[in-house]
Design a protein around this ligand. Sequence first.
Ligand SMILES: Cc1cc2nc3c(=O)[nH]c(=O)nc-3n(C[C@H](O)[C@H](O)[C@H](O)COP(=O)(O)OP(=O)(O)OC[C@H]3O[C@@H](n4cnc5c(N)ncnc54)[C@H](O)[C@@H]3O)c2cc1C
Length: 488
Amino acid sequence: MLTTTLITLITLTLTLTTTTSTTTTTNICIIGTGISGSSLSHFLRHYSPTQTQTIHLFDRHTKPGGRMATVTIGGDTFEAGASILHPKNYHALNFTKMLGLGVEKGSERAMSLGIWDGGKFLFKTVDSESKSAVVQYLVSVVNSVRMLLRYGVSLLKMNTFVEVTVDSFLKYYESTETRPIFSNVEDMLKWAGLYDLTTKTLEDELVGLNFSPLLIQELITVITRINYGQSVSMSGLAGAVSLAGSGGDLWAVEGGNWQMAAGLLNRSDVTLHLQEEISTVTNLGGLYELNSTNGNSYTCQVAVVATPLDELNIQFTPQISIPERKLQHTYTTFIRGLLNPAYFGLDKVSDIPELVGTIENPELPFTCISVLKQNKVNDVTYKMFSRQSMTDALLDQIFSIRNETFRINWGAYPHYHAPEKFAPFMLDDDHLYYINAFENAASTMETGAVAAENMARLILSRLSDKKPSSSYGLKTSTADSNLQHPEL
Ligand SMILES: Cc1cc2nc3c(=O)[nH]c(=O)nc-3n(C[C@H](O)[C@H](O)[C@H](O)COP(=O)(O)OP(=O)(O)OC[C@H]3O[C@@H](n4cnc5c(N)ncnc54)[C@H](O)[C@@H]3O)c2cc1C
């Protein structure tokens, strides 16, 4: 017993160089360098410019960014995970501007879309290769009319539904003078008027709003399958976020969204421990000891989990308790070659829409296929999403030419299930926090940053040991290619 105490004391003295100084420096350890962990370090510095914290970030991979990662195929770089940002993703916009990164917008020419049911295209937009702005405008008018004829005024209701949800979300950018610090996800969502949407399925919500069944079964299903690999029985808020990701003016960071994480870490004066997988987190009573699979040990006053815990086996002592949650796996397959028109019952490749979306049909082997780049006539780079791994045999039916294939299996986002149950932001009564509890609301780069911003204020207010006047619910919860990310 005495030996154990002595060893603990020696370990603490060795690792906790900062606590012995006269200034009250706090060690903050963050597990995960995706957008959540990197923006947390940014906001901690932002709200506590006196820099009395040392911030350590750990990642098991060799590069920061997590689910923001790129893949290089045929010399071109493409997003492999999180790809698109909404024009009102203001944290991401600020980061991009602050870090001097470039913005990539979608092309003026909309991609042609086809809705495939496994046997035929239920709906196809018309298309023109013309570069003329007038022609493209006319094509877009024709397509809008065709969509209106098929789906009726429900299409307009869909825009309104998305706008109302986005407007509610904008409350998270309000000044900190009027915006409380939230100690649990439920309060954070209720304050913005978004909680109710997490208690029912997207389908129930839309049926309640008198959306046409055809629109729900076809276009809306195509969108939720593309953005979250799930059907309209996913919870309503994540469903609405998914629809917001199908509008116009979407953008990405030129050269890869992961650069936001790298840039934020770079300017936040952090100590970065890459290829350092944390395996245990132990509360020693006011201090946390983190051990890595490499045999290293770190102690800190604050420990933050900035990654979904669902498929990890980090051992917490004492044990933590969070609701069970399954991750939706999205198999992302990049193919360089040519689609087989016969698979789609067509004569020519050019008749296949650039974006093939699908409806819910258990027989369908993929959720979508889209053209990333037309290299030459018979040489196209495609991206495909599916719920199961695409076997070579299957790919050989769908593609007539296949020169390069690259596969990633992502534990991509929560499998959304209404009513959502949320894990706590605070995993114990001390200073163990969990940013990705917010992912049950919706999983995006921006929601990661929004949750991290709140988390920074929550940590700082609790460290300062006084309840902030604006706190909200603080007492209520304790509750085979040139891959640039070879670690994927
Ligand atoms: C295929 C796909 C498409 C998507 N499309 C979009 C999109 O278009 N737009 C959008 O906004 N969002 C999209 N998303 C969602 C988005 O990627 C995520 O919501 C967001 O990137 C999550 O960031 P995060 O920092 O919370 O987690 P992550 O990015 O997962 O970061 C967690 C980090 O923790 C590290 N880690 C895990 N365990 C340990 C450990 N034990 N020790 C050390 N490190 C550890 C991981 O290596 C990882 O780097 C998509 C996701 C996928 C997979």
